[in-house]
Write a protein that binds this ligand. Structure first.
Ligand code: SAM
Length: 282
Protein backbone atom coordinates (compact mmCIF):
# COMPACT_ATOMS: atom_id res chain seq x y z
CA UNK A 1 0.00 0.00 0.00
CA UNK A 2 1.47 3.35 -0.99
CA UNK A 3 0.63 6.86 0.22
CA UNK A 4 -1.98 7.44 -2.53
CA UNK A 5 -3.78 4.13 -1.87
CA UNK A 6 -3.87 4.73 1.88
CA UNK A 7 -5.19 8.27 1.42
CA UNK A 8 -7.86 6.93 -0.94
CA UNK A 9 -9.07 4.22 1.48
CA UNK A 10 -9.16 6.70 4.34
CA UNK A 11 -11.12 9.24 2.24
CA UNK A 12 -13.60 6.66 0.86
CA UNK A 13 -14.43 5.41 4.34
CA UNK A 14 -14.51 8.77 6.05
CA UNK A 15 -11.65 7.72 8.32
CA UNK A 16 -9.03 10.09 9.59
CA UNK A 17 -5.61 9.24 11.09
CA UNK A 18 -6.05 9.74 14.81
CA UNK A 19 -2.95 11.31 16.35
CA UNK A 20 -4.04 10.32 19.86
CA UNK A 21 -3.96 6.65 18.81
CA UNK A 22 -0.52 7.06 17.24
CA UNK A 23 -1.81 6.35 13.73
CA UNK A 24 1.08 6.74 11.29
CA UNK A 25 0.70 4.18 8.53
CA UNK A 26 3.54 2.49 6.72
CA UNK A 27 3.40 3.50 3.05
CA UNK A 28 6.79 2.22 1.91
CA UNK A 29 6.78 -1.19 0.22
CA UNK A 30 10.56 -1.44 0.55
CA UNK A 31 10.42 -0.96 4.33
CA UNK A 32 7.60 -3.50 4.57
CA UNK A 33 9.73 -6.10 2.75
CA UNK A 34 12.72 -5.39 5.00
CA UNK A 35 10.51 -5.93 8.06
CA UNK A 36 9.05 -9.18 6.70
CA UNK A 37 12.56 -10.36 5.71
CA UNK A 38 14.05 -9.51 9.12
CA UNK A 39 11.31 -11.52 10.83
CA UNK A 40 12.33 -14.69 8.95
CA UNK A 41 8.74 -15.97 8.85
CA UNK A 42 7.76 -19.55 8.10
CA UNK A 43 4.66 -21.70 8.24
CA UNK A 44 5.62 -22.71 11.79
CA UNK A 45 5.11 -19.15 13.06
CA UNK A 46 2.13 -17.98 15.06
CA UNK A 47 2.34 -14.19 14.92
CA UNK A 48 0.70 -11.52 17.05
CA UNK A 49 0.46 -8.12 15.39
CA UNK A 50 -0.61 -5.23 17.61
CA UNK A 51 -2.09 -2.20 15.84
CA UNK A 52 -2.38 -3.47 12.23
CA UNK A 53 -4.01 -0.19 11.10
CA UNK A 54 -4.96 -0.66 7.45
CA UNK A 55 -2.94 -3.85 7.18
CA UNK A 56 0.23 -2.50 5.52
CA UNK A 57 2.22 -5.35 7.06
CA UNK A 58 -0.61 -7.74 7.90
CA UNK A 59 -1.08 -8.93 4.32
CA UNK A 60 2.56 -10.05 4.15
CA UNK A 61 2.34 -11.73 7.55
CA UNK A 62 -0.72 -13.71 6.44
CA UNK A 63 1.15 -14.86 3.31
CA UNK A 64 4.33 -15.89 5.12
CA UNK A 65 3.31 -17.14 8.59
CA UNK A 66 1.24 -20.13 9.72
CA UNK A 67 -1.23 -18.00 11.67
CA UNK A 68 -1.71 -14.30 12.45
CA UNK A 69 -3.72 -12.76 15.30
CA UNK A 70 -4.08 -8.97 15.05
CA UNK A 71 -5.44 -6.60 17.71
CA UNK A 72 -6.68 -3.17 16.54
CA UNK A 73 -8.30 -0.60 18.82
CA UNK A 74 -9.89 1.55 16.11
CA UNK A 75 -13.39 0.48 15.00
CA UNK A 76 -13.16 2.00 11.49
CA UNK A 77 -9.83 0.35 10.70
CA UNK A 78 -11.02 -2.94 12.22
CA UNK A 79 -14.05 -2.97 9.90
CA UNK A 80 -11.80 -2.36 6.90
CA UNK A 81 -9.39 -5.14 7.95
CA UNK A 82 -12.23 -7.61 8.53
CA UNK A 83 -13.42 -7.03 4.96
CA UNK A 84 -9.96 -6.97 3.39
CA UNK A 85 -8.84 -10.26 4.97
CA UNK A 86 -12.23 -12.00 5.11
CA UNK A 87 -10.94 -14.87 2.96
CA UNK A 88 -7.80 -15.57 5.00
CA UNK A 89 -8.30 -18.78 6.99
CA UNK A 90 -5.10 -18.25 9.03
CA UNK A 91 -6.12 -14.79 10.27
CA UNK A 92 -7.97 -13.72 13.40
CA UNK A 93 -8.82 -10.09 14.04
CA UNK A 94 -9.61 -8.80 17.50
CA UNK A 95 -11.14 -5.34 17.73
CA UNK A 96 -10.02 -4.11 21.14
CA UNK A 97 -7.42 -2.41 23.30
CA UNK A 98 -4.36 -4.64 23.59
CA UNK A 99 -3.39 -2.97 26.88
CA UNK A 100 -6.74 -3.81 28.46
CA UNK A 101 -7.42 -7.23 26.97
CA UNK A 102 -4.34 -8.94 25.55
CA UNK A 103 -5.22 -12.23 23.79
CA UNK A 104 -4.67 -15.34 25.84
CA UNK A 105 -2.72 -17.33 23.25
CA UNK A 106 0.84 -18.39 22.63
CA UNK A 107 2.91 -16.82 19.82
CA UNK A 108 6.31 -17.43 18.27
CA UNK A 109 6.71 -13.82 17.09
CA UNK A 110 5.17 -10.49 18.03
CA UNK A 111 5.33 -7.46 15.76
CA UNK A 112 4.11 -3.90 16.05
CA UNK A 113 4.62 -0.53 14.47
CA UNK A 114 4.08 0.89 17.94
CA UNK A 115 1.68 3.74 18.63
CA UNK A 116 3.95 6.38 20.19
CA UNK A 117 1.59 7.34 23.01
CA UNK A 118 1.94 3.98 24.75
CA UNK A 119 5.15 2.41 23.38
CA UNK A 120 6.64 1.41 26.73
CA UNK A 121 3.37 0.01 28.13
CA UNK A 122 3.07 -2.08 24.96
CA UNK A 123 6.63 -3.40 25.36
CA UNK A 124 5.96 -4.49 28.94
CA UNK A 125 2.67 -5.99 27.75
CA UNK A 126 4.65 -8.09 25.23
CA UNK A 127 7.08 -9.22 27.95
CA UNK A 128 4.26 -11.28 29.51
CA UNK A 129 4.26 -13.54 26.45
CA UNK A 130 6.93 -16.19 26.01
CA UNK A 131 7.36 -15.42 22.27
CA UNK A 132 11.10 -15.85 21.54
CA UNK A 133 11.20 -12.75 19.31
CA UNK A 134 9.49 -9.37 19.41
CA UNK A 135 9.91 -6.91 16.52
CA UNK A 136 8.96 -3.28 16.98
CA UNK A 137 9.07 -0.05 15.05
CA UNK A 138 9.56 2.85 17.42
CA UNK A 139 10.98 6.34 17.67
CA UNK A 140 14.73 6.33 17.08
CA UNK A 141 15.29 8.08 20.44
CA UNK A 142 13.39 5.38 22.27
CA UNK A 143 15.38 2.65 20.50
CA UNK A 144 18.54 4.41 21.67
CA UNK A 145 17.26 4.31 25.24
CA UNK A 146 16.51 0.60 24.99
CA UNK A 147 19.92 -0.35 23.55
CA UNK A 148 22.09 2.06 25.63
CA UNK A 149 25.05 0.93 27.73
CA UNK A 150 25.76 1.96 31.35
CA UNK A 151 27.18 5.47 31.60
CA UNK A 152 25.56 6.58 28.31
CA UNK A 153 23.13 9.52 28.58
CA UNK A 154 20.32 7.36 27.18
CA UNK A 155 20.83 4.56 29.70
CA UNK A 156 17.94 4.50 32.16
CA UNK A 157 15.15 2.58 33.85
CA UNK A 158 13.66 1.48 30.49
CA UNK A 159 17.03 0.03 29.38
CA UNK A 160 17.48 -2.04 32.53
CA UNK A 161 13.85 -3.10 32.93
CA UNK A 162 13.65 -4.46 29.36
CA UNK A 163 17.16 -5.97 29.58
CA UNK A 164 15.76 -8.34 32.17
CA UNK A 165 13.53 -10.01 29.54
CA UNK A 166 15.28 -9.36 26.25
CA UNK A 167 18.49 -8.82 24.37
CA UNK A 168 17.81 -5.80 22.14
CA UNK A 169 19.25 -5.12 18.71
CA UNK A 170 18.44 -2.16 16.42
CA UNK A 171 18.12 -3.64 12.92
CA UNK A 172 17.61 -0.56 10.70
CA UNK A 173 16.17 2.94 10.65
CA UNK A 174 13.12 3.98 8.62
CA UNK A 175 12.70 7.58 7.44
CA UNK A 176 9.70 9.82 8.21
CA UNK A 177 8.82 9.68 4.50
CA UNK A 178 7.90 6.00 4.85
CA UNK A 179 4.76 6.86 6.88
CA UNK A 180 1.49 8.70 6.36
CA UNK A 181 1.00 11.09 8.05
CA UNK A 182 4.73 11.83 8.38
CA UNK A 183 5.78 11.51 12.02
CA UNK A 184 8.04 14.14 13.52
CA UNK A 185 10.99 11.81 13.99
CA UNK A 186 12.89 8.96 12.35
CA UNK A 187 11.93 5.42 13.36
CA UNK A 188 14.05 2.39 14.20
CA UNK A 189 13.09 -1.24 13.68
CA UNK A 190 14.25 -3.21 16.68
CA UNK A 191 14.45 -6.91 17.54
CA UNK A 192 14.02 -8.06 21.13
CA UNK A 193 15.20 -11.65 21.63
CA UNK A 194 13.78 -13.21 24.74
CA UNK A 195 16.32 -14.58 27.23
CA UNK A 196 16.14 -18.36 27.53
CA UNK A 197 16.05 -18.10 31.32
CA UNK A 198 15.60 -15.22 33.73
CA UNK A 199 18.07 -14.36 36.51
CA UNK A 200 15.31 -13.91 39.11
CA UNK A 201 11.95 -15.52 39.77
CA UNK A 202 8.53 -14.74 41.27
CA UNK A 203 8.34 -11.76 43.64
CA UNK A 204 12.02 -11.03 43.12
CA UNK A 205 11.23 -9.79 39.62
CA UNK A 206 8.89 -7.14 41.03
CA UNK A 207 11.55 -6.25 43.58
CA UNK A 208 14.11 -5.87 40.76
CA UNK A 209 11.79 -3.45 38.93
CA UNK A 210 11.23 -1.42 42.11
CA UNK A 211 14.98 -1.20 42.68
CA UNK A 212 15.51 -0.02 39.10
CA UNK A 213 12.71 2.58 39.38
CA UNK A 214 14.25 3.78 42.63
CA UNK A 215 17.77 4.11 41.28
CA UNK A 216 16.62 6.26 38.34
CA UNK A 217 13.97 8.13 40.31
CA UNK A 218 16.91 9.86 41.93
CA UNK A 219 18.90 10.25 38.73
CA UNK A 220 21.19 12.96 40.03
CA UNK A 221 21.50 11.39 43.44
CA UNK A 222 24.01 8.78 44.54
CA UNK A 223 22.66 5.25 44.50
CA UNK A 224 22.73 5.35 48.32
CA UNK A 225 20.45 8.40 48.52
CA UNK A 226 18.22 7.22 45.68
CA UNK A 227 17.56 3.86 47.36
CA UNK A 228 17.28 5.33 50.86
CA UNK A 229 14.70 7.96 49.87
CA UNK A 230 12.81 6.29 47.02
CA UNK A 231 9.00 6.12 47.31
CA UNK A 232 9.15 2.79 45.43
CA UNK A 233 10.80 0.86 48.31
CA UNK A 234 9.68 0.41 51.87
CA UNK A 235 11.45 -0.86 54.97
CA UNK A 236 8.57 -3.29 55.60
CA UNK A 237 7.90 -1.69 58.99
CA UNK A 238 5.59 1.10 57.92
CA UNK A 239 8.17 3.75 57.01
CA UNK A 240 7.57 5.42 53.60
CA UNK A 241 11.11 4.68 52.40
CA UNK A 242 14.01 2.33 53.05
CA UNK A 243 16.20 4.68 55.08
CA UNK A 244 19.94 5.24 54.94
CA UNK A 245 21.24 2.40 57.10
CA UNK A 246 19.21 -0.31 55.35
CA UNK A 247 20.22 1.09 51.96
CA UNK A 248 23.88 1.02 53.07
CA UNK A 249 23.60 -2.61 54.15
CA UNK A 250 21.87 -3.54 50.91
CA UNK A 251 24.60 -1.95 48.77
CA UNK A 252 27.28 -3.57 50.91
CA UNK A 253 25.58 -6.97 50.48
CA UNK A 254 25.61 -6.50 46.69
CA UNK A 255 29.21 -5.23 46.65
CA UNK A 256 28.22 -1.86 45.14
CA UNK A 257 29.97 1.44 45.86
CA UNK A 258 27.33 3.72 47.51
CA UNK A 259 28.85 6.81 45.85
CA UNK A 260 27.97 5.60 42.34
CA UNK A 261 24.81 6.72 40.49
CA UNK A 262 22.05 4.57 39.04
CA UNK A 263 23.29 5.15 35.50
CA UNK A 264 26.74 3.77 36.39
CA UNK A 265 25.44 0.34 37.46
CA UNK A 266 25.33 -2.54 34.98
CA UNK A 267 21.98 -4.36 34.71
CA UNK A 268 23.54 -7.39 36.45
CA UNK A 269 24.24 -5.18 39.49
CA UNK A 270 20.50 -4.57 39.85
CA UNK A 271 20.05 -8.33 39.92
CA UNK A 272 22.74 -8.48 42.63
CA UNK A 273 20.79 -5.86 44.62
CA UNK A 274 17.57 -7.89 44.41
CA UNK A 275 19.46 -11.00 45.58
CA UNK A 276 21.08 -9.10 48.46
CA UNK A 277 17.64 -7.82 49.50
CA UNK A 278 16.22 -11.35 49.51
CA UNK A 279 19.20 -12.70 51.45
CA UNK A 280 18.87 -9.96 54.09
CA UNK A 281 15.11 -10.64 54.39
CA UNK A 282 15.56 -14.40 54.97
N1 SAM B 1 0.64 -1.33 11.57
C1 SAM B 1 0.07 -0.22 10.85
C2 SAM B 1 1.09 0.29 9.86
O1 SAM B 1 2.28 0.05 10.07
O2 SAM B 1 0.68 0.94 8.90
C3 SAM B 1 -0.38 0.91 11.79
C4 SAM B 1 0.64 1.41 12.75
S1 SAM B 1 0.16 2.84 13.69
C5 SAM B 1 1.74 3.49 14.14
C6 SAM B 1 -0.39 2.19 15.27
C7 SAM B 1 -1.68 1.39 15.22
O3 SAM B 1 -1.95 0.93 16.54
C8 SAM B 1 -2.90 2.17 14.80
O4 SAM B 1 -3.64 1.41 13.86
C9 SAM B 1 -3.71 2.36 16.09
O5 SAM B 1 -5.11 2.49 15.89
C10 SAM B 1 -3.34 1.08 16.84
N2 SAM B 1 -3.46 1.16 18.31
C11 SAM B 1 -3.21 2.23 19.10
N3 SAM B 1 -3.40 1.91 20.40
C12 SAM B 1 -3.76 0.60 20.43
C13 SAM B 1 -4.11 -0.30 21.49
N4 SAM B 1 -4.09 0.10 22.78
N5 SAM B 1 -4.46 -1.57 21.18
C14 SAM B 1 -4.48 -1.97 19.87
N6 SAM B 1 -4.17 -1.16 18.82
C15 SAM B 1 -3.81 0.11 19.10
Amino acid sequence: MNRTEIKQIIAERGLRPNKKLGQNFLVDGGARERIAGAMGLSNADRVLEVGPGLGALTGRLIELAGHVTAVEIDAGYSRYLAERFAGAANFRLIHGDFLKSPPDESFTKIVSNLPYYCSSEMLFGFSRYDAPNVYVMLQKEMAERITASPGNKNYGALTVALWFYYEAKALFTVSRESFYPRPEVTSTFLRLSRRSSFLLEGDDIELFHNLVKSAFWGRRKTILRALAESPHLSDGEGAPSLGRSRAERLLDGAGIDPALRGEDLAPEEYVALARAWRKAAN
